[in-house]
Write a protein that binds this ligand. Sequence first.
Ligand code: ADP
Ligand code: ASP
Ligand code: MG
Length: 411
Amino acid sequence: MALIVQKYGGTSVGSPDRIKNLARRVARFKALGHQIVVVVSAMSGETNRLINLAKEIMPEPDPRELDVMVATGEQVTIGLTSMALMELGLKAKSYTGAQVRIVTDNAHTKARILSIDEERIRADLNAGYVVVVAGFQGVDESGNITTLGRGGSDTTGVALAAALKADECQIYTDVDGVYTTDPRVVPEACRLKSITFEEMLELASQGSKVLQIRSVEFAGKYKVKLRVLSSFEEDGEGTLITFEDSENKDSNMEQPIISGIAFNRDEAKVMVLGVPDKPGIAYQILGPVADAKIDVDMIIQNMGADGTTDFTFTVHKNDMTKALGILNQVQGHIGAREIRGDDKIAKVSIVGVGMRSHVGIASQMFRTLAEEGINIQMISTSEIKIAVVIDEKYMELAVRVLHKAFELEEA
Ligand code: ADP
Ligand code: ASP
Ligand code: MG
């Protein structure tokens, strides 16, 4: 007997038939004697619908109130899922995040889980119930409803698996595993049988939305056995996230140098041009941005010949206007000639632990892009990743040519 947490994403609960299908799968696992916790997302499209509804009333929705209403999407699906399980003769009980007591910090719309009270779930499991928990939501210490950021149901699933010391966390979605890149962009993409935790973390952080990055962080921290699977197939091994030490992987001749390609259209570039090149300038620019709780991703600074420097960084598209507003206020103080934003950019990243033991990967990437006439605006690297910022309109082309150049079709 195993304790398994199964998380089902929006498409997998997108209609009554799909919820019934999910219930039949849970029933099959129950019949094998397993204890099952189900975590569900809102029905596909529902979270977007709710956010848009809020914006019709308040263009920049109040974060606390937005969380109150957006969390309802998952409250609908937990009830429906429990009912579908009952219809199959199973004992089932649903809980919102607040009812479980998934306690988070108070950063509305992007809250972090602080603790989970798993006693009640454990008692229900021992009493033979399938426990159905709303993904994406929690409650802060003052009792306010919070949400965990887009894609946050993955994190609820993995965090519950960690708290319950589950034997496995299964993420059921609309693809049958983690691919070399998004199969919607590159139809030749291949499913990976396994991927190292480090690579998955990089892919998620660079924009592969198949798993929310925080879910991967949780899996790493608590060594949760994590698998991504299709909810539309009866069986299939999906993709296992492995924790084997990557040094061993490096010595494996079969190990590809690049495991996957991620891309992200959600960033915007902010340029602070012609600032005097003197100590403290980076802090004067980024300090006020950080104070406004705006996350900065890539940063570059170019020296000009005239003793001034150009400072460029990327933020989430949603934060660009706010960042520009802040910088316009301090422009006089920092002595910048011009402040400009560009939200027509995309970031494309190649990821692989094999990069550690191979040279020339960056030049191969840059050559491939150059051959297509794609200009690179920014570059950032880590031990297992090379990311470039390019014009948004070349994003899909870049992903396709890199996928081919690194021979990922045969992964
Ligand atoms: P869910 O609603 O089940 O959480 P998501 O839409 O959040 O599903 O995530 C699944 C989607 O992630 C896939 O449909 C696919 O388009 C996208 N995706 C992006 N990168 C990858 C990748 N490397 N492998 C598989 N899917 C990916
Ligand atoms: N429903 C939420 C979203 O659309 C959470 C999730 O699906 O994981 O982002
Ligand atoms: Mg998702």
